[in-house]
Design a protein around this ligand. Sequence first.
Ligand code: HEM
Length: 233
Amino acid sequence: MYGLSQFWQSTIGKKIVMAVTGIIGILFVLGHMSGNLLMFKGQGAMHDYALLLRTSMPLLWAARLVLLAAVVLHAVSAYQLAARSRAARPQGYAKRAPQVTTWSARTMQAGGVLLLAFLVFHLLHLTVGAVHPAFTHLDPYTNVRIGLANPWVAGFYALAMVALGFHLFHGAWAVTRTLGVARPSSQPLKRRVALVLAVVVAGGFLLIPIGAMVGAFPEAPALVDPSSAAEGH
Ligand code: HEM
C-alpha cells in the first residue's frame, strides 16, 4: 500500500496514471466511433449494437466503472500536475518563446474541461435521456437522429469532436513520451500515429452531427414505446 501511495504522490506516477487512463480512453473512443458509424447502416444496425452492448449487464457495468475511474483519475492527475507545475514556477516567465509546442499542447487543459462538460451533457442526452426531447430506450438511431437535429446541439457535438481531435493529437504523442516507447520527434506533423488517430477518431465522430444536419439519417418510427424507458439503461 505504501508503494502505491508513494507512486501516486510522485510526478512520474501521476504521468503514468494519465498515460494508462489515456490509453483506456483512446481504446474506448475508437470502439465508440466505429459503433456510431452504424448510423449510416440504419435503425436496425444501431438497435442490434445497443442490444449487443447489453448482452451481459454485469460486464457492461464493469466496463462503465473502469471508464468512470479512468476519467476521474485522468482529470485529477491532470489538475494536480498543473497545480504542481504552477507552484514550481509561481512567477511565470518574463519572456517565453516555447521551442517545441503545438496549439494542441497549449489547449490540453481548456480542451479537457470542454470534453468533461461534453461528456456530462452527452450522458444526460443519449444514455439517460434527461435532456433529450423524445428519448426512446434502446433506439439509439432515433435518439441520435432527433437529438442532433437541433443545430445548436449538433454544433456543440461538432465543437467537442474537434476538441477531442486536438486532445488526442497531443495526448497520444505524450503517452509515447511518458512510457518511453517512441523516439521523440520535435516536428508535430511527423507524429504520424498521433495525427492519424486524431483525424480518424474526430473525423469519424464528426460524420454523425454532419450527417444529422444534412438529413443523411432517414426518419423511421421509434422502435420501443417510450413508457418502457423505466427498465433501466
Ligand atoms: C458524434 C459523437 C457521438 C455520438 C453520436 C455518440 C452517441 C452515443 C449514443 C447513441 C450512446 C448511447 C448508446 C446506448 O445506450 O446504446 C452513447 C453513449 C456513450 N457515449 Fe457517446 N457518442 C458520441 C461521442 C462520444 C465521445 C467523444 C465520448 C467520450 C469522450 C462518448 C462517450 C459515451 C459514453 C461513456 C457512453 C455511455 C456508454 C454506456 O455506458 O452505456 N461519446 N453515445
